[in-house]
Design a protein around this ligand. Structure first.
Ligand code: ADP
Ligand code: ASP
Ligand code: MG
Length: 812
C-alpha cells in the first residue's frame, strides 16, 4: 500500500484532475492506494484573504467567495460529476457565506471558525476528486481526515500521535481499494477542526503512510523532485536523484518548500521511502528520499533559504565571564515560543546573536527586556539589537563533515561577489552550514554557491557593455563566435545583460541577444542614460558581472568607482582613467582591491598584445622594469609606413582615418597625446609614480596644425604644411634612417617624440600598424624583452578586451 499526495498545483483545474486520475489508474487494483489532496491551487490563500477583508468590514469578501464557488462548480461541470457533487459544493459555500457574514458583522473570528474556513478548500477538493474517481470506474472510498488525525492544543502543530495511530489502526486494508483523504485538516480534543500548518497536506500524507503501514509515500507536485536549490531562484538547479532523510529534513527546514518540514518525522521513524514526483511529467524519475541513498555522492547535496529573518543580539560587558546569561536568554525566548533558527556566540562571550523570524521579533525584544531589565538599566547589558531584512541560507550534505574546505570555498566565493555574511553557524555533525546574509543579496548568494558546487558544466558571466562602435561590435562578434567554444572548453557562458551607446541602451534578461543586439538596441532600446544603466546593473546584482568600457569618454570613466563598489569588475579599452591623475588611477585600483573585483585595461596599450600583463607578471615575480622603449601608436606607424611608401603625409592620415586606425579625434594621435597616455600607463604599471606633466612631449606634427577644432581643418593644415613633411622624406633618404614616434622611459625620465632610427634598430622595420614594446629589466638586461605585433584596429583591440574578460572570469 502506498500514499500519494497531490498538491494544490496538481489539482488546480479539471485538466489536472484528469492527470491525477491517470496516475492513480496505472496502479489501480495492483496496489492499494491512499490519495491525499490539497485544496485547488491558491484556494487556501484566497480563503485567508476573504477572512481578513471580512474582519476589516470589506464586502469584497463576497466576491472572493463567489469566484471560489464558480471555480469549483466549473471543475465539477467539466469533470461531468453527478449533481450530488454540485449540491455539496453549493452547500459548503452557503455555509461559508453564513460564517463570513458573521465575521464581517463581528469584525472578528475565533481560531476554531478560522480553521474551519481555511480547511474548506481540502474538503471541497477531496470530495470532487473522490467523485471523479468513482465516475471513472474506480471504487474510491472517502475518509474525513478529521476523524483520524488528532492534534493537541498549543502554538504550532502538535500531533497527538498516540490517538492518531489508534484511530488509523481501525482502518483495515480490506476496507478499500482506493482511499481519498483531504490534506491539511485534522481535529482537536473536542472534535473541532484544526490545521496542520500551511503546506500541511504533505504532513497528512506522511502521518497516513506511517499509521497505515505503507511501503512508500509519493509527493506529487509541480516540479520533478527536490532540487539542488529553489528552481525559482536558481535557474541552473537540478533535481537531486537521491538523498537521505536527514538531508531532506535540513533542506526543507531551511526553505525547500517542496516538502513541508514535519512531513519527514513520521516517515523517518518508520523508515518509509519518500518519492517526490511531477504530476505534469509523471515519467520523470523525481527524488527518492531514503535512509541510505546509494548514489555517487556530491559533497553538497543542496541549498535552501528562508527570508524574513532578523538577527537578534544580546550584548554587554556585564556578560563576560558570568555564567547563566545564555541560559536565561534562551529560556526567555523558549518561554515565549520563539523559534531560534541560528545561534552564534563569540568566544569573548560579549554577545550572543540568534536568527529569529521577523514576526517574532517584537515579542523577543519584550521578553529580553522583561528578563534583563535590571541588567539593562545598570548598563551591564545593552538594549537588545535587531538587524532586519536578512535571509538564512543552509548548505546541506551528509558528507560535508568529512570534507575540508567547504566553508572556505563558500566564504571566498561570497567575498568575491561582495556579499557580507552577518552571522554563521555549523552544526556539530557538519552536515549543515548555515549563515545569514542581506535578503537583497539572496538570489546572488544562492546562484554563486550553486555554481561553485553543482555547475561543473559552466559559469555564467554577465556583461554590461558601454560603447558599441567599431570595437564594441567586433567584441560582440567574438563573444558570439566563441560562445560554444567557451561553454564547452572553458565552462563559461558569456551573457550580454546590457548594452549602451551614447543614444540608446537596452537590457536583456536571460535571452541571448548576441545575434540580434543591434536590432534590439535600435528598435527596443530606451534613451541612453549612463547613471540609469549603472543603477540597473546594481539592482540586477548579478554575480560575475563585468562592465566593459569601449568608449573614449571622460564621462564614462568617471563612474568606475561606483561600478567597482557595486562589486562589478571593469574591463576598459578607454584609456582615460588609467592615464588620468596618478591619485585617481591609484584610487580606482584601490577600489577594485577593496571590493574584491578587477580593473583591467590590457587593450589600453598595444591593443591585444600582452604588454600590461607581461609587465605585471615580471613585477609579480620580483623583476624590476628599468627602461621602456616603445612604438605604441599603430595609427602613427601606419601613417609613417604609408608615407615612406611614397604617399603624401595628408593622404596617409586620411587613409588611417578611413580605415579606423585613428582615435575618433585624429589630433589625439598626431599630437602624440595618445602615445603619452600609453607611456604613462606602462610606467605606472611598472611601478613608477608619473604624471602627465612629467613626460617630455614633442608632438609629431607642427603645433600650428593642431589648433583647428575639426578633422577637416586638420587635414587642410596638413596639406598646407606638405613641404615640412617632404623635408622628412629628404632627410630620411639622405641619412638612410627612418623617423618613428617613440615613447621612452629611462632612469625615471619619460619622453615622447619623433626619433631617428637606423636600419639595425628593432624599430626600423615595423610593418603596417604594428607596435613594438621593448622592456629593459633586471633580468632582461643585455637583451631587452620585445613584444611585437599588430597594435591597432578594431579586431585586435576587441581581442585584448575579450582576453581581459576571460581572465577575470577564469580568476573568479
Ligand atoms: P504543492 O502545491 O504541490 O504542495 P508547493 O508549492 O508547496 O507544491 O511546493 C512546490 C514548489 O516548491 C515548487 O514549485 C518550487 O517552486 C518550490 N521549491 C522551493 N525550493 C525547492 C527545491 N529545493 N526543490 C524543489 N522545489 C522547490
Ligand atoms: N492548502 C494548504 C495550504 O495551501 C495545505 C497544502 O496545500 O498543503 O497551505
Ligand atoms: Mg506544498
Amino acid at each position: 500500500m502506498k500514499v500519494l499526495k497531490f498538491g494544490g498545483s496538481s489539482v488546480s483545474n479539471a485538466e489536472n484532475c484528469n492527470r491525477v486520475k491517470e496516475i492513480i489508474k496505472k496502479n489501480y487494483k495492483s496496489c492499494k492506494q491512499v490519495v491525499v489532496v490539497s485544496a485547488f491551487g491558491g484556494v487556501t490563500d484566497e480563503l485567508e484573504r476573504c477572512i481578513s477583508i471580512a474582519i476589516d468590514r470589506n464586502k469584497e469578501y463576497e466576491k472572493g467567495l463567489q469566484a471560489l464557488k464558480n471555480r469549483h462548480l466549473k471543475v465539477s461541470k467539466e469533470l461531468d460529476l453527478p449533481e450530488s457533487a454540485e449540491s455539496l459544493i453549493l452547500k459548503k459555500f452557503s455555509e461559508l457565506e453564513e460564517v463570513l457574514k458573521g465575521v464581517y458583522l463581528l469584525e472578528d473570528i475565533s481560531e476554531k471558525v478560522k480553521n474551519m474556513v481555511m480547511g474548506s478548500g481540502e474538503l471541497l477538493s477531496s470530495a470532487i476528486i473522490s467523485e471523479f474517481f468513482k465516475k471513472s470506474g474506480m471504487n474510491a472510498v472517502y475518509f474525513d481526515s478529521r476523524e483520524f488525525i488528532k492534534t493537541q492544543n498549543g502554538k504550532g502543530v502538535y500531533l497527538n500521535s498516540q490517538q492518531t495511530l489508534k484511530n488509523l489502526n481501525n482502518i483495515k486494508e480490506a476496507d478499500f481499494e482506493l482511499a481519498v483523504f483531504p490534506g491539511f485538516i485534522a481535529s482537536g480534543q473536542k472534535g473541532e477542526t484544526t490545521l496542520l500548518g500551511r503546506g500541511g497536506s504533505d504532513y497528512t500524507a506522511s502521518i497516513l503512510a506511517a499509521g497505515l503501514n505503507c511501503s512508500e509515500l509519493e509527493i506529487w507536485t509541480d516540479v520533478s523532485g527536490m532540487y539542488s536549490a529553489d528552481p525559482r531562484l536558481v535557474s541552473q538547479a537540478e533535481p537531486i536523484r537521491r538523498m537521505s532523510f536527514q538531508e531532506a529534513m535540513e533542506l526543507s527546514h531551511f526553505g525547500a518548500k517542496v516538502i513541508y518540514p514535519p512531513t519527514l518525522i513520521p516517515v523517518v521513524q518508520n523508515q518509509i521511502n519518500v518519492r517526490i514526483k511531477n504530476t505534469f511529467l509523471p515519467d520523470d524519475e523525481g527524488t527518492l528520499i531514503s535512509k541510505t541513498p546509494e548514489e555517487k555522492r556530491s559533497v553538497v547535496r543542496g541549498l535552501s533559504s528562508v527570508n524574513d529573518i532578523n538577527l537578534f543580539t544580546l550584548s554587554g560587558s556585564g556578560m563576560v565571564g558570568i555564567s547563566g546569561f545564555a541560559s536565561r536568554f534562551f529560556t526567555c525566548l523558549a518561554k515565549n515560543k520563539i523559534n531560534v533558527v541560528l545561534i552564534t556566540q563569540a568566544s569573548s562571550e560579549h554577545s550572543i546573536s540568534v536568527g529569529i523570524q521577523k514576526d517574532d521579533t517584537e515579542m523577543a525584544v519584550e521578553a529580553v527586556w522583561e528578563e534583563f531589565e535590571m541588567e539593562i538599566k545598570m548598563k551591564l547589558v545593552n538594549d537588545p539589537g535587531v538587524e532586519e531584512n536578512l535571509s538564512i541560507v543552509a548548505i546541506v550534505g551528509e558528507d560535508m563533515g568529512f570534507t575540508p574546505g567547504i566553508s572556505g570555498k563558500v566564504f571566498s566565493v561570497l567575498g568575491r561577489n561582495g556579499v557580507n555574511i552577518r552571522a554563521m553557524a555549523q552544526g556539530g555533525n557538519e552536515m549543515n552550514l548555515t549563515f545569514m546574509v542581506p535578503t537583497y543579496d539572496i538570489k546572488k548568494v544562492l546562484n554563486v554557491i550553486h555554481e561553485e558546487f553543482f555547475e561543473t558544466t559552466y559559469k555564467k558571466v554577465n556583461l554590461y557593455i558601454a560603447g558599441v562602435g567599431n570595437v564594441g561590435s567586433k567584441l560582440l562578434e567574438f563573444v558570439k563566435n566563441q560562445y560554444d567554444f567557451l561553454m564547452e572548453e572553458k565552462g563559461l557562458q558569456l551573457i550580454v545583460r546590457g548594452i549602451t551607446n551614447s543614444r540608446k541602451m537596452y537590457f536583456a534578461g536571460d535571452e541571448n541577444i548576441l545575434s540580434c543586439w543591434e536590432e534590439k538596441l535600435n528598435k527596443e532600446g530606451e534613451k541612453a542614460n549612463l547613471q540609469k544603466f549603472v543603477q540597473k546593473m546594481e539592482q540586477a546584482n548579478l554575480r560575475n558581472s563585468v562592465f566593459v568600457d569601449i568608449t573614449a569618454s571622460d564621462y564614462v570613466s568617471k563612474i568606475y568607482q561606483q561600478v567597482l563598489s557595486s562589486t562589478v569588475s571593469i574591463v576598459a579599452c578607454n584609456k582615460i582613467a588609467a592615464s588620468s591623475g596618478f591619485d585617481n588611477y591609484m584610487k580606482i585600483k584601490a577600489a577594485a582591491k577593496k571590493h574584491n573585483v578587477e580593473f583591467m585595461f590590457e587593450s589600453n596599450v598595444g591593443a591585444g598584445l600582452p604588454v600590461i600583463s607581461t609587465i605585471n607578471s615580471l613585477i609579480d615575480t620580483g623583476d624590476k622594469i628599468v627602461g621602456i622603449d616603445a612604438v605604441v601608436s599603430g595609427s602613427l606607424n601606419f601613417i609613417m609606413n604609408e608615407f615612406n611608401n611614397g604617399c603624401s603625409f595628408v593622404d596617409a592620415v586620411k587613409m588611417a582615418m578611413e580605415q579606423g586606425f585613428t582615435e575618433p579625434d585624429p589630433k589625439i594621435d598626431l599630437s602624440g597625446m595618445d602615445v603619452l597616455r600609453k607611456l604613462l600607463i606602462l610606467s605606472r604599471e611598472a611601478g613608477y609614480k608619473l604624471e602627465e606633466g612629467d613626460v617630455e612631449h614633442e608632438p609629431m606634427i607642427p603645433k600650428s596644425c593642431l589648433k583647428g577644432s575639426s578633422a577637416e581643418e586638420l587635414l587642410k593644415d596638413l596639406e598646407e604644411n606638405n613641404d615640412y613633411f617632404e623635408q622628412w622624406r629628404k632627410v630620411m633618404e639622405e641619412k638612410n634612417i627612418r623617423y618613428r614616434y617613440i615613447a621612452s622611459f629611462k632612469n625615471g625620465k619619460a619622453s615622447v617624440g619623433m626619433k631617428e632610427v637606423s636600419p639595425d634598430h628593432p624599430f626600423y622595420d615595423i610593418h603596417g600598424k604594428d607596435n613594438v614594446i621593448s622592456l629593459n629589466t633586471t633580468w632582461y638586461n643585455d637583451q631587452p624583452l620585445i613584444i611585437k605585433g599588430a597594435g591597432a584596429g578594431a579586431e585586435v583591440t576587441a581581442c585584448g578586451i575579450f582576453g581581459d574578460i576571460i581572465k577575470i572570469t577564469s580568476n573568479s
